[in-house]
Design a protein around this ligand. Structure first.
Ligand SMILES: Nc1ncnc2c1ncn2[C@@H]1O[C@H](COP(=O)(O)OP(=O)(O)O)[C@@H](O)[C@H]1O
Ligand SMILES: Cc1ncc(COP(=O)(O)O)c(N)n1
Length: 266
């Protein structure tokens, strides 16, 4: 196992196992990457919604990152649910200290069921401290709309919003189109100059809990292995599509995707 790639997730725990830390670690594992974690908050949730959110002390987040990064190290990292400004500032400090350059930011704000996973005032900290450190940020349409104040309902509006978010400091912007009101989904990557479009058909299902987490974890795993960004997005896209298509039909609400999904390059 010499040369095993490593990826770290800094995110919230989803007791239901479909999103957050659990989705990330399962996805890292499935893509052949050694996964580590720093938990920012515990959520009590299932496929029907989030019943409780319990943030950990900022020091606990900082210490988890320090212990992992000072010994095991990582080839890439991703952030998910960060909940409040103090945690964001501390995460940014550790990312800078350990010089983690392949950083994927999934700006998790609101769970599909409506629960707040990021406090309102924390968005400023996200912009000021974390975005400038990102290799890529992966907003969904409501997150991008909140960050820019723009209406985003079409691919053209997605491209405009990507330009505005790119100005905030990340090296790439990956706009996820799952929330487009259309049967044709397009995810759009912007590198500050060119747009790369990843189009696919909508799968009609209610089992989409944790799609954003799983997608960004797959992207992080691919970056950890040294895959170039455009190819990493392509592979993460194929992984999430397969995971949605073969979702295990778990729970009475929005069930998880299939983290055992196999894609043809594996
Ligand atoms: N119903 C669906 N059919 C096919 N792909 C989907 C579907 N829903 C989401 N995706 C894909 O899953 C990924 C996550 O998308 P999105 O739903 O926009 O993010 P989030 O889970 O953060 O709201 C994207 O690559 C998107 O294209
Ligand atoms: C701990 C945690 N992190 C992220 C999400 C977002 O996932 P989704 O938007 O699919 O509910 C979640 N529900 N829980």
């Amino acid at each position: 196992m010499a040369g095993l790639a490593k990826a770290m997730t800094i995110a919230g725990s989803d007791s239901g196992g479909g999103a957050g830390i659990q989705a990330d670690l399962k996805t890292f594992h499935q893509l052949g990457v050694y996964g580590t974690s720093a938990i920012t908050a515990i959520t009590a949730q299932n496929t029907k919604g989030v019943a409780g959110v319990y943030p950990l002390p900022t020091e606990a987040v900082s210490q988890q990152m320090n212990e992992v990064l000072s010994d095991i190290g990582t080839d890439a990292a991703k952030t998910g649910m960060l909940f409040h400004a103090e945690i964001i500032e501390e995460v940014a400090k550790q990312i800078r200290h350990f010089e983690v350059t392949k950083l994927v930011i999934d700006p998790v704000m609101i769970a599909k069921g409506g629960a707040k996973l990021l406090q309102d005032e924390a968005i400023t900290a996200l912009r000021n401290h974390l975005l400038p450190l990102a290799e890529v940020i992966t907003p969904n349409l409501p997150e991008a709309a909140y960050m820019t104040g723009l209406l985003i309902e079409t691919p053209e509006q997605m491209r405009e919003a990507a330009k505005v978010i790119h100005q905030m400091g990340p090296r790439h912007v990956m706009m996820k189109g799952g929330h487009l009101q259309d049967d044709a989904i397009v995810d759009i990557l912007f590198d500050g100059r060119d747009f790369y479009e990843f189009a696919h058909k909508r799968i009609h299902t209610r089992h989409t809990h944790g799609t954003g987490c799983t997608f960004s974890a797959a992207l992080t795993a691919e970056l950890a292995k040294g895959t170039s960004l455009v190819h990493a997005v392509e592979r993460a896209n194929r992984f999430i599509i397969e995971a949605i298509k073969t979702a295990p039909q778990i729970g009475g609400g929005h069930g998880p995707t299939n983290h055992w999904a196999v894609i043809d390059y594996m």
